[in-house]
Design a protein around this ligand. Structure first.
Ligand SMILES: [Zn+2]
Length: 416
């Protein structure tokens, strides 16, 4: 039987993990005091009551906490600390690979350049990884090493309150339509991400589009995604979180998304708003077949989806069950460890309990996280790493769950 302890001990990934949504509350309080940032409370309990709740009224309330975390993450020291602690928290629950995402343009200010922002976060993550991997070296065991990549987020929309950088951009582009300015910001981000990756050996592995989906389509960011594509940055896009399947279609076709963040409404034909789609049921059939066949991985964030979708009252109604039946490639992620008050182990445990996931399916889901990662090394290095993870997982699983938990995957043969 799959137990929580098994999940915690198993090697895991988190491919959808926001840095600014995962700041330790104690750290938030300390950094706020240091940097004179006003918080509604300076205790963990107080913050949990007022801001970082278990349930939220709507997406607006869910997003409220980010203004405080972003406000304290405006110095090199703060960014490094938050990066370091995030990696440590993951290591402590057996996560072996993370892709940390954030919007650098929210942290750029008069005394902090884009390169400062990325270098600071990288320093923190790299320090935690080096400490952990040195510890494993001494142990001389078979536990897979800890690795990480960085994903930069462009925003579908922003306003002057988001950051001093965005404010300045809106001011100098005063005669440009807002949606065009959002595209300009994305294009600038794509170019700086590629330049910084190439010149500084920072493992920037992916380009993401986050923020309000309704009214702000991915097509505004086509040029930026085209640039990222040309320079071999992988792409993931928040889509189908608060809008219909056509948003997922656009992410894949207009922006070459390799993975989809959330994809909650992928199978929900009732959410389709595009009037040119005359047969909505056939459309979602075709779309989900395409996603399955191309092995475009859906980053599933159960707790976060429950907290931001008022209509989803019962987790059993979450489409993950249907996605597993359709053999889509899915990976379980936290989205925001602090804002959603969760961990990777908690999320996987929730999935196992709610969708009666078998040991074989659990193995697939966990291994997909490693296989579909935007691993920063070469393809051969990635293969060797994933092979090591699979061997380690199988050994653990056959000892704890029995021989039926391992063996060849029960889906199409897949590259490793
Ligand atoms: Zn997200």
């Amino acid at each position: 039987m799959i137990t929580f302890d098994f999940i915690k001990a198993a090697p895991k990934t988190d491919l959808h993990l926001h840095l600014d949504g995962s700041v330790r509350l104690q750290t938030l309080v300390e950094l706020a005091k240091e940097n004179k940032v006003l918080l509604p409370s300076y205790t963990e309990d107080g913050l949990k009551q007022l801001v970082f709740k278990d349930t939220y009224r709507d997406l607006g309330e869910y997003l409220h906490g980010f203004q405080y975390t972003c406000a304290v993450m405006q110095t090199a020291e703060a960014l490094e600390r938050v990066g370091y602690e995030l990696a440590v928290d993951n290591i402590l629950e057996g996560v072996r690979y993370i892709e940390v995402r954030f919007a650098p343009q929210l942290h750029i200010n008069a005394s902090l350049s884009a390169i400062d922002v990325l270098q600071s976060v990288h320093r923190g993550l790299a320090r935690a990884a080096a400490e952990e991997n040195a510890r494993l070296e001494v142990q001389n065991g078979e536990i897979p090493k800890f690795h990480f990549g960085i994903i930069v987020c462009a925003l579908r929309m922003f306003n002057e309150k988001f950051s001093s950088y965005y404010k300045k951009l809106l001011q100098v582009c005063a005669h440009t339509k807002a949606r065009a300015v959002f595209g300009i910001a994305s294009m600038e981000l794509a170019q700086l991400a590629v330049a910084i990756r190439d010149e500084n050996e920072i493992p920037i592995v992916g380009f993401d589009l986050a923020g309000q989906e309704m009214g702000y389509p991915a097509e505004d960011h086509r040029e930026a995604f085209g640039y990222a594509h040309r320079y071999f940055l992988k792409k993931t896009i928040h889509a189908g979180e608060a809008y219909g399947p056509e948003s997922i279609f656009q992410a894949i076709t207009e922006c070459n998304a390799d993975r989809i963040g959330h994809g909650m409404h992928l199978l929900n034909y009732a959410m389709i708003q595009d009037k040119s789609i005359t047969d909505p049921r056939k459309y979602i059939e075709d779309l989900s077949q395409y996603i399955a066949d191309r092995r475009i991985t859906v980053e599933i964030c159960l707790t976060s989806n429950m907290q931001t979708n008022q209509n989803l009252k019962d987790l059993a109604k979450h489409p993950l069950g249907m996605m597993i039946q359709r053999r889509l490639s899915t990976t379980i992620c936290t989205d925001n460890r602090t804002v959603s008050n969760t961990t990777v182990s908690d999320e996987i445990w929730k999935a196992v309990q709610t969708f009666a996931i078998t040991p074989r399916v659990l193995r697939n889901i966990i291994i997909y996280g490693f296989k579909r990662s935007f691993f920063p090394g070469s393809y051969l290095e990635k293969r060797a790493y994933v092979r090591g993870v699979i061997d380690y997982y199988d050994k653990m699983a056959s000892a704890h769950l029995g021989p039926h938990a391992v063996g060849p995957e029960d889906d199409m043969p897949d590259s490793e």
